[in-house]
Design a protein around this ligand. Sequence first.
Ligand SMILES: C[S@@+](CC[C@H](N)C(=O)[O-])C[C@H]1O[C@@H](n2cnc3c(N)ncnc32)[C@H](O)[C@@H]1O
Length: 270
Amino acid sequence: MTTGANTVGDVFSAGAEEFHLWSGALWDPVGAATAAVAAPTAGESVLDACCGAGASALPAARAVGPAGRVDAVDLAAGLLSIGERRAREEGLDHLRFHRHDVTSWPVTGDGYDLVQCALGVFFFPDMDRDTAALTRKVRPGGRFVVTVWEKGALDGWQSALREAVLMERDLPHRPQRDQLARIDTADTLAAWLQDLGGSVPRVVRRQFDTPLSPATAWTLATGSGTRGMLTGLSPAAVERVRAEFTARIAAAGVTDLDVRILTGTASFTG
Ligand SMILES: C[S@@+](CC[C@H](N)C(=O)[O-])C[C@H]1O[C@@H](n2cnc3c(N)ncnc32)[C@H](O)[C@@H]1O
């Protein structure tokens, strides 16, 4: 594998194939849960921020129908092309994928009825400032919906990966972990939405387990943001991390991925 990618878009793009292997078991159910809380209706306009391969943009596009519009925006070209293909296969012409930094995505008119962002805000360089920029793309009275990992999510898988990487190098600083830690409970997420100017914040929790084998555990490690932990390692070092990680997953008896998410929603004055 290539480990030279640096920016978040490059990291996700380089791991796009592995990412999509997890669409059915992970990203799509999380996207469906996000869209279920957002509850887009026929004819609405939607901005899907950090859309990846379309996990939440696709259900939103089905719900708004051809009278509506979904702009799905991400930095990772590799994921956008998978999303485009999926939309084409379903004939969802009103779902458009765009390669852009979503925080500077231009909005015309009053803004979107709905701005939704699944598992994306903690990757922003400055989560408060950059999410505030997203909320300004909501039309007056429209809603902002955000899904994040709940505290404890993916724990067994994540600790095995961190321990395996530590055998090879110091862990690179991952600011997204610190940002996520500020909003990974129902209370802190609701308070954050309120601080951003949202009214009547509500948080819905969802938990499910999905089967994990040492091989699929590695696919997830290289197909998500954790791929960045391998950046700069030689192919031989990456192979040692893989062997150590998969051995640890097997030894610890981690046979499921513990998926826990929180979806927060609030209305904004735009
Ligand atoms: C964990 S993935 C989630 C993708 C998708 N929402 C899903 O749930 O399947 C995070 C995504 O955020 C994107 N991202 C991070 N910062 C971004 C930014 N400033 N603008 C656009 N996309 C961004 C990454 O490229 C990546 O595709």
